[in-house]
Design a protein around this ligand. Structure first.
Ligand SMILES: [Zn+2]
Length: 252
């Protein structure tokens, strides 16, 4: 299994992040991607990846943090993207649900990063909330690939994203009891476009909901997918690993 979206350099893991990564081998975690959300967390993610064989990094500025960027941020980001084991630009996008940065600023920062991803030919990890349509309008002007992290849209959205060549990130949200409609949508997706993720410490899947999330919980998402697609755990695991390798070129 692969966790394509974790945040274990956050302080929630100050007491046990080394143990968590040490256990990857034992629990069958092939590798995982530590995802940054501003320049500082991106630098931490990159450093953490250099220090841990099974960890890769994504670097980028989250829409929440778009307003806080300082002069020279794009140069710092670009330098990070050239480091080894940095395999994606993210998480980036638009968040109209919380609107923590003004939408005009979110769009501006998003576009700069899309341009950079296109120039460097590096995949993106998209964080998009209540803004799928605007996001597609913007992204259409760029030649980029990537994953819609923690997808939570309509059947139409899913179809559009698949048509655009994107992968769909599936994690805790899709395991929640009440999210029957989302699971129905996911069950119609091509399995070769699904990536597994936790977004830990957030979004713990159903059986451990309310507790701090951890990379190992990605297995609950694989279990849910195996029921949904009527395939064995091993089949889903192997296909989703292949998908992550295809998009990010990791875990070789
Ligand atoms: Zn995240």
């Amino acid at each position: 299994m692969i966790d394509t979206h974790m945040h274990i350099t956050m302080e929630e893991f100050d007491n046990d992040r080394e143990r968590i990564v040490l256990e990857f081998e034992e629990i069958g975690m092939k590798c995982a991607i530590e995802v940054g959300y501003d320049i500082e967390s991106s630098e931490r993610a990159s450093l953490f990846a250099q220090e841990h064989e099974k960890v890769y990094a994504a670097v980028g500025v989250h829409p929440h943090d778009a307003e806080k960027v300082k002069d020279g941020w794009l140069e710092r980001l670009s330098a990070l993207l050239h480091q080894s084991k940095v395999v994606a630009l993210g998480e980036v996008g638009l968040d109209y649900y919380r609107d923590l940065s003004p939408r005009t600023v979110q769009k501006e920062v998003f576009k700069e990063q899309l341009k950079l991803a296109q120039t460097l030919n590096i995949p993106l990890i998209f964080h998009v909330r209540d803004a799928y349509e605007d996001m597609r309008k913007i992204v259409k002007d760029y030649d980029v690939r990537g994953v819609i992290h923690s997808f939570n849209g309509s059947e139409e959205d899913a179809k559009e994203f698949v048509k655009m060549g994107f992968y769909i990130g599936v994690g805790g949200i899709a395991t929640y009891k009440k999210n029957v409609a989302l699971r129905e949508i996911i069950s119609h997706l091509p399995l070769e476009r699904i990536l597994t993720e936790t977004d830990c410490p957030y979004l713990s899947p159903q059986p451990v909901r309310g507790k701090r999330n951890e990379p190992k919980n990605v297995r609950f998402t694989i279990e849910m997918l195996s029921q949904l697609f009527n395939k064995s755990f091993a089949e889903i695991e192997s296909q989703t690993e292949k998908n992550a390798k295809n998009l990010f070129g990791i875990c070789s």
